[in-house]
Design a protein around this ligand. Structure first.
Ligand code: PLP
Length: 410
């Protein structure tokens, strides 16, 4: 098989375009005409791979999905309107009222809010454990557990749990393991090799290619027996290994309606082509900045899984492809010092979002986590003295100079 970047650039040739375009165009059309009533019937039955209506499938979106499938090594990929839609669709497919999922408080803020505020009133219980304590995960699983959900590197705690240990447990109990792999993408973390069953991604981040568009992807790694998942039993009889994806395509995803727009799919396919190079640069810059900040006397502590001082270094080094992501956090002496540093920066941008081409800085406690109490934030590992840096692809000397100037004003 060709290397990652070759696959990312060339993608999958679906149908030859009438004009021979080298790039799949934006098919901004809602409906697609068929030559016969029979053809429409077969398409609606899911027996003919053709497009009928863009909320269900679209050629530009399919091009993006096929590229993601090719790059991830999964058996199928489904693109949705956002990373949150990827998580929501996946849970709606697997769980029901009265069931539970096992996860951790170390989660992307909106994901935690989805579990706690949005899903709870519908009867789904989220049970919080420590993913670095596999025994805790195992003892919390019961007959009503529909999934274990974790992130490859948690944000902003930057915890890296040993995924092989968790997947041994989930496989033993017949519970699917869902991994939000936004921070690493299939380029740095092949989740299937670590026993993950479903990978979800916010393609808004590294994939989009410079924060151009919001999107999400759901990948089925093809390593779960869907007849063991209560909501998938009927579907598994008809669709076998494809039960999860076809249940999404023919029911959940179709009914929820969080489809990716063709224009966003076009931007995201374009982004994928250069993703590996952007990630390489962002990771190289990150380790340089982490080391720079670590030796600075105004900086209390630096957290980055690529630093040998990180408690997660050994696991991250084993699990990922020698790179440790583009996010780091560091602590100053106070919240006021954090605000003052943010305000004094000239190059680094004051913005939320991660894995943009531009380096971004944020004070998590007063922004993404502002809806929580101080106590809740503490439980989530978000302290008032913490700053989050999402490291872009600029020349690292310029980033260091900007930080140096800012830190000097404190
Ligand atoms: C951004 C993000 C999400 C949500 O993605 P959207 O595309 O913004 O909906 C989910 N998980 C992680 C880890 C993220 O960073």
């Amino acid at each position: 098989m060709n290397g990652f970047t070759t696959r990312a650039v060339h993608g999958v040739q679906l149908k030859k375009d009438v004009h021979g375009t080298l790039r799949t165009p934006v098919y901004d059309s809602v409906a697609f005409e068929h030559e016969s009533a029979r053809s429409l019937q077969l398409t609606f039955e899911g027996k003919k791979p053709a497009h009928a209506y863009s909320r269900i499938s679209n050629p530009t979106v399919e091009d993006f999905e096929q590229r993601m499938k090719l790059l991830s090594g999964g058996i199928a990929a489904l693109a949705v309107s956002s990373g949150m839609a990827a998580i929501t669709n996946t849970l709606l497919a697997l769980a029901e009222a009265g069931s539970n999922i096992i996860t951790t408080k170390y989660l992307f803020g909106n994901t935690l809010s989805l579990f706690e505020r949005t899903m709870k009133p519908w009867g789904l219980e989220a049970r919080y454990v420590s993913m670095t304590d596999p025994a805790d995960v195992e003892s919390t699983i019961d007959n009503n557990t529909r999934a274990v959900f974790m992130e490859s590197i948690t944000n902003p705690q930057l915890e890296v749990a040993d995924c092989n240990l968790i997947s041994e447990i989930t496989a033993k109990h017949g519970v699917p393991l869902i991994m939000d792999n936004t921070m690493m993408t299939p380029y740095l973390f092949n989740t299937a090799k670590s026993g993950v069953n479903i990978e979800v991604l916010s393609s808004t981040k590294y994939i989009s290619g410079g924060a151009t568009s919001v999107g999400g992807v759901i990948i089925d790694n093809g390593n779960f027996d869907w007849s063991r998942a209560p909501r998938m039993r009927d579907q598994a009889k008809n669709a076998g290994q494809m039960a999860f994806i076809s249940s999404l395509r023919q029911e959940i995803y179709r009914n929820v309606g969080a489809c990716m727009s063709p224009h966003n799919a076009y931007l995201q396919s374009l982004g994928l082509e250069t993703m590996s190079m952007r990630i390489d640069k962002s990771c190289d810059n990150s380790i340089k900045l982490a080391k720079y900040l670590q030796q600075h006397n105004k900086v209390r502590s630096v957290h980055y899984p690529g630093l040998s001082s990180s408690p997660y270094f050994v696991t991250a080094d084993k699990q990922f492809c020698n790179k440790f992501g583009g996010l780091l956090t560091f602590n100053l002496e106070s919240r006021e010092a954090c605000f003052s540093l943010i305000d004094s920066l000239k190059l680094i941008r004051r913005a939320t979002n991660i894995n943009d081409n531009k380096t971004l800085i944020l004070h998590p406690a007063s922004t993404i986590f502002v809806e929580y109490t101080e106590e809740d934030r503490k439980a989530m590992g978000v302290t008032p003295e913490m700053l989050r840096l999402s490291v872009g692809i600029e020349d690292h000397e310029d980033l260091i100079e900007d930080l140096e100037r800012g830190l000097e004003t404190l």
